[in-house]
Structures are given as structure tokens and as C-alpha cells.
Design a protein around this ligand. Structure first.
Ligand SMILES: Cc1ncc(COP(=O)(O)O)c(C=O)c1O
Length: 386
């Protein structure tokens, strides 16, 4: 099956990288659960030698995700964090990196607690402010690592403008596109060189796999990522590759439902008397609404945050949810709520949390795809406890 050159996004999600199995005609790519491949004779094999280096299920997923993000090639890793690590492994001692200041806590931990030990330096910058980005470059800056929208305060960074700045300074721009998904935001089309995802989230979408991916367009990045994936060996397993492939088939449908529910919940919360602040880029009250419309023209997804009067009030609300589950992670079909200050962002020092506007009274919602009436009823009853 050959995809037409002008195949549309939903068709690409379903079909890219996937051929019927040549030995049986199975329409779904099989899970090639094998560690090695038999050579026909010395020096003659079918292109597969050892499963850390090549696995057909992983290759199908990598082709699929590269097409979905508009990249040339992608590399699937055992987690989102190992995908971040693979991007950072491109750097050498003495190199400097500009990072979004309220990047995911695990990314900050990897950079701050591990990679500084290898002679890399990091500047944590409010990348929603282009002047600050511009001022942060040094002659040693090799990478700009941007997360947009950020977790959990949903601040946006202008990918196209930052790509221009990075390229002017001879640096590479990598974008963590986990929160938006490629349905809602296209970093490569906007000028980014590398895109990464925690596939754990929207790409897999069913809360049953941990994984990561880096999508690349430049030959030198592709060569290095292939080398580092094989050398460090943090590959995505065949079963997890199969799960994510299953997930991407319904990505456009799911993202439409996540976005509709995210927008409706944000509008519901904005009118609620017990809620002191709602953060969602799809609301006119979001300070970067204009950028959201330009950069995320198909809607703003399922992630939103809101504040109540105090930590005590937040605790009461979180403990009263019945349908929504109190859990870390996001991007699955079921709605999750969390308390970022004590859960996902506990490893971020309190003064840094305060600087990025992450208060102890903030609650994050990952809107699932349930009926919106059931979600608003659960929110109402949870908020009625304060
Ligand atoms: C934006 C973002 N990037 C990266 C990661 C890390 O991904 P993983 O948990 O799959 O290692 C996460 C995890 O929550 C995330 O939210």
C-alpha cells in the first residue's frame, strides 16, 4: 500500500509505515518478540541482525511517527526521559543549553542533577519571552530545548521565532511536543530541528505503555540518534511499539474529543464561584491567546489547570473526585487530576515553582474523552466540598 503524496493527516496516522505482513497478509504489524534473527548463510541476512539494533515492529512505529510529525526519521525509546537523554547525548563537555524554565520536572532533574556532572551548562529561561531567549545565548550554546505548552501552567513559546533565533546562533531547536500532540502543533513545520514526545501520553493514549520518541530532519542528527539508540540501548520494546502504533490510528479522533472536553471544562471552571483562576490557552483570559490561535489552530487540547483558595481547599477537592482519578501522567482516554506541587513537580524547588506561577493551590486536569456532562457533574460535586 502506497500513501498518496497529498494524503491527509488522519490517513497518515492510520497508514504511514504500515504494510500488510508479507508472510501472512496480516493487516496489523505483528509484535516481533525476538532477540535475534537467523542468517541465511554467512554474510547474508534479511536486514535484521540483533533486536536492539533493528526490530520490525519498532521500525513500523518509527516510520509512522516520523510521518505524523512531518519529519524524515524517528527513533523510539524506552521512555520520554530516555528520548530527552538521547537529544542531550548530542552535546559535548562545555556546551550550553537554553531550556524552558518550567519544563517537565523530570527533564529539569536529568539536566540539573545528572548532565551538569558531565560539564554541560543549562540556562532556565522564560521562553515565552523572546528578549530573554535572545539574551541567554552564549558562544557555547548548542541546543535550545523548548516545551510548549508547559506543564502545568500552560505557558506557550513561539516556536517559529525561537527557531530563527537558535539558527542565527548556530544552535539546534528541540521541542517537547508531548502536551499538544502533532494534531494540534507542528514544530517541524514551524522551524524546529528535533521534536520529542513522551509517547506515554497522547500518542499511545490509553495509559498502558511508557515510551518516548525523537523525530529528526537533519542527516547529522539522524546519524547520531541511530548511533546513540543502538549504543545506549534504551529502545522501545516490540509490545510497546505495537501499543503506540495502535494508539496513533485513533489520534485525530481522540484529540478532537480531548480538545472539546478541555475547552468545555475550562469554560465551566471559569464561571465557577469557588475557582480563583483557570489556565487554558483556549480561553480569551489566557495571556497568550493570540499565539495559541496562530500556533495551535486546531484547538488547545485536553490539559488545563485551575486554582482554588488554598492548599487545604485543593486537598478537599482532590479527595472528593469520583469519576476523575487522582494520578500522575496525562493524555489517556480517562480523565486524571493531580496536584503538581506535591506530585509531578515535587522535585522542582519551591522557589522555582513560585517563579513559574505553580502554587500549592493549583490542580491540573488531563481531560479524557468521557461524556462532558459526567465530567462537569463530578467537578461540581468535588468543588461543592469547599
Ligand atoms: C512534557 C513531558 N515531557 C517528558 C516527559 C517524560 O516522559 P516519560 O514519563 O515517558 O519518561 C513527561 C512525563 O510526564 C512530560 O509530561
Amino acid at each position: 500500500m502506497k500513501l498518496a503524496k497529498n494524503a491527509r493527516f488522519a490517513t497518515i496516522c492510520l497508514h504511514a509505515g504500515q504494510e500488510p505482513d508479507p508472510s501472512t497478509g496480516a493487516i496489523i504489524t505483528p509484535i516481533f518478540q525476538t532477540s535475534t534473527y537467523v542468517h541465511e548463510e554467512l554474510g547474508k541476512h534479511k536486514g535484521f541482525e540483533y533486536a536492539r539494533t533493528q526490530n520490525p515492529t519498532r521500525s513500523a512505529l518509527e516510520a509512522n511517527l516520523a510521518a505524523i510529525e512531518g519529519g524524515k526519521t524517528s527513533f523510539a525509546f524506552a521512555s520520554g526521559m530516555s528520548a530527552v537523554g538521547a537529544i542531550a547525548a548530542r552535546l559535548s563537555q562545555g556546551d550550553h543549553v537554553i531550556v524552558t524554565d518550567n519544563t517537565y520536572g523530570g527533564t529539569f532533574r536529568l539536566f540539573d542533577k545528572v548532565l551538569t556532572r558531565y560539564g554541560l551548562t543549562f540556562s532556565y529561561v522564560d521562553t515565552s519571552n523572546l528578549d530573554e531567549v535572545s539574551k541567554a545565548f552564549t558562544p557555547a550554546t548548542k541546543l535550545v530545548f523548548v516545551e510548549t505548552p508547559t506543564n502545568p501552567v500552560l505557558r506557550l513559546s513561539d516556536i517559529a521565532a525561537i527557531a530563527d533565533l537558535a539558527h542565527k546562533h548556530g544552535a539546534v531547536l528541540a521541542v517537547d511536543n508531548t502536551f499538544a500532540s502533532p494534531c494540534l502543533q507542528r514544530p517541524i513545520a514551524l522551524g524546529a530541528d528535533l521534536v520529542m514526545h513522551s509517547t506515554t501520553k497522547y500518542l499511545n493514549g490509553h495509559s498502558d505503555s511508557i515510551g518516548g520518541v525523537v523525530v529528526a530532519i537533519r542527516d547529522e542528527d539522524i546519524e547520531w540518534l541511530r548511533f546513540i539508540q543502538n549504543s545506549a540501548g534504551a529502545i522501545l520494546s516490540p509490545f510497546d511499539s505495537w501499543l503506540v502504533l495502535r494508539g496513533t490510528k485513533t489520534l485525530p479522533l481522540r484529540m478532537k474529543a480531548h480538545t472539546a472536553n478541555g475547552q468545555a471544562l475550562a469554560e465551566f471552571l471559569e464561571k465557577h464561584p469557588k475557582v480563583t483562576r483557570v489556565i487554558y490557552p483556549g480561553l480569551d483570559s489566557h495571556p497568550q491567546r493570540a499565539l495559541a490561535k496562530r500556533q495551535m489552530p486546531n484547538g488547545c487540547g485536553g490539559m488545563l489547570s485551575f486554582e482554588v483558595a488554598s492548599l487545604e481547599a485543593a486537598r478537599k477537592v482532590l479527595n472528593r473526585f469520583k469519576l476523575m482519578s487522582l494520578a500522575e501522567s496525562l493524555g489517556g482516554v480517562e480523565t486524571l487530576v493531580c496536584h503538581p506541587a506535591s506530585m509531578t513537580h515535587a522535585s522542582v524547588p519551591p522557589e522555582r515553582r513560585a517563579k513559574i506561577g505553580l502554587s500549592d493551590a493549583l490542580i491540573r486536569i488531563s481531560a479524557g474523552i468521557e461524556d462532558i456532562a459526567d465530567l462537569t457533574e463530578d467537578l461540581s460535586q468535588a468543588l461543592s466540598g469547599i
